[in-house]
Design a protein around this ligand. Sequence first.
Ligand code: FAS
Ligand code: PHB
Length: 389
Amino acid sequence: MRTQVVIIGGGPSGLLLSQLLLKAGIDAVVLERRTQDYVLSRIRAGILEQGFVNLMREAGIAGRLESEGFVHDGTLIAAGNETFRIDFVERTGTPVVVYGQTEVTRDLYAAREAAGGRIIYETDGVTIHDARTDRPYVTFTAGGTEQRIDCDYIAGCDGFHGVSRQTIPDTVRKEYEKVYPFGWLGILSETPPVDDELIYANSARGFALCSMRNENLSRYYVQCPLSDRAEDWSDDAFWDELKRRIPEEAADKLVTGPSIEKSIAPLRSFVTEPMQWGRLFLCGDAAHIVPPTGAKGLNTAASDIHYLYHALKDHYLEGSDAGIEGYSAKALLRIWKAERFSWWMTNLLHRFPDQTAFDLKMQQAEIAFLRDSDAAQTVMAENYVGLPY
Ligand code: FAS
Ligand code: PHB
C-alpha cells in the first residue's frame, strides 16, 4: 500500500489532519489502535478556542459544532466567599465554544467516512521505519495480517502513550515534565448545568470545576488525591464534596443525578523536543500534555495540526519546504505558552499538599490581583480564548 501521509492515531489530532489534507487533495491513511466506539467512549475536553472552530470550518465540518455548541463569553472564578467573572469578549473580543471532544471526534469520523477516507482500525504493532530517509514506511498488523504502507511523511498523532514519540531516539529527544500531586475526579451526569457559564473554584477543600456539554448534560470535577480510585467515590459522596467546594448559591441550586461516566485523570505538564525527526512529525498529546485546568490540551493539538497541515500543503502544492523544516520550532513556541498558562491556572486554583501558610497567602493575593486588575484579567482572557496561531 502507498500513500502520501500516514497518520498514526485516530483521535482528534489525527482525524482533523486527515480531513484538512483530504480537502487539499493530499492522500492519507489513518491507523487507529482501537475501535471507533472505544475512541468515542473517552470523555475528555469540553472547551474549544475560536482557532479550533476556525480549523473545523476550514475542514468543512463545523456545521453541528456551530448549531449545537454553546458560545461562552466568560467564566466565573470562585475563591473563599467571593465569585468574580472574567469577561472574555470585553477583554479580547473573542468567546470560547463549549462542545465536547467526543462530539468533535464523532463529526470527524463521520466526515472521513462520508469522504471515503481510509481509516484502519484495531491496528497492532505499528512500527515506523526509515523516518530519516526520503522513503519512510510503516508496518503493522490488522485483522491478523502483516501490512506495510510506504509514504512520504508520517504524522504521529497517537497520544501520550503512542509509539511515535518513542521512535525518536532518546539521545535526540529532550523531555520536560512536571507531575502534580493530585488528580481530577470527573463525572458526567444527565442533569442541567448549575450555571450558564463554567465555575472554577478554589476552596479550602481543594479545586472544583462546574462545566457542561449541553442543556441536560453536565460535567463536574473535584481535585482528589492520586491514591483515590473512581470506584471508591459513590455519586452521593461526589455531589456532597462538590457542594462543599462551590459557592453556596450554586450548591443550593445544583441538580444532582446518577453519573453516566466517572473517571480520575492525573495531571501533568509535559513537552518533548524536537517534535520532528526526519519525515516524522509529532502532533497533540504525542508531543505535549497540559493539566486540563486551562482547557488547552485539545486546543494546543489544534495549532500543531494547523502548522503541519500548512507545511504539507505548501510542500505538495507550492513546492516549498519552509513549513516542513520549521514545524517543530514554530509549534513549540505556542505550546510552551499554553504550558505556562495551564501551569499558572493549576497553581492558582488547586490546594497543594505541601502548601505553606505563606504559599497560601501568595495564592490568595494572586487571586485578589486577578479579581481587581483589568490588566490581569486581560492577560488571563487572552490565554484562555487562545493565543494566535
Ligand atoms: P488522543 O490521545 O486523543 O488520541 C490518540 C489516538 O491514538 C487514540 O485514539 C489512541 O487509541 C491512538 N493510538 C495510540 N497509540 C497508537 C498506536 N500505537 N497505533 C495506532 N493508534 C494509536 N483536554 C482539554 O482541553 N480539556 C479536558 O478536560 C481534558 N481532559 C482530559 C482527560 C483525560 C483522561 C485525558 C487523557 C486527556 C484530557 N484532555 C483534556 C486532553 C485531551 O483532550 C487531549 O488533548 C486530546 O485528546 C489530544 O488529542 P490527540 O492528540 O488526538 O490524542
Ligand atoms: C470540561 O468541560 O471537560 C472542561 C472544561 C474546562 C476545563 C477542563 C475541562 O478547564
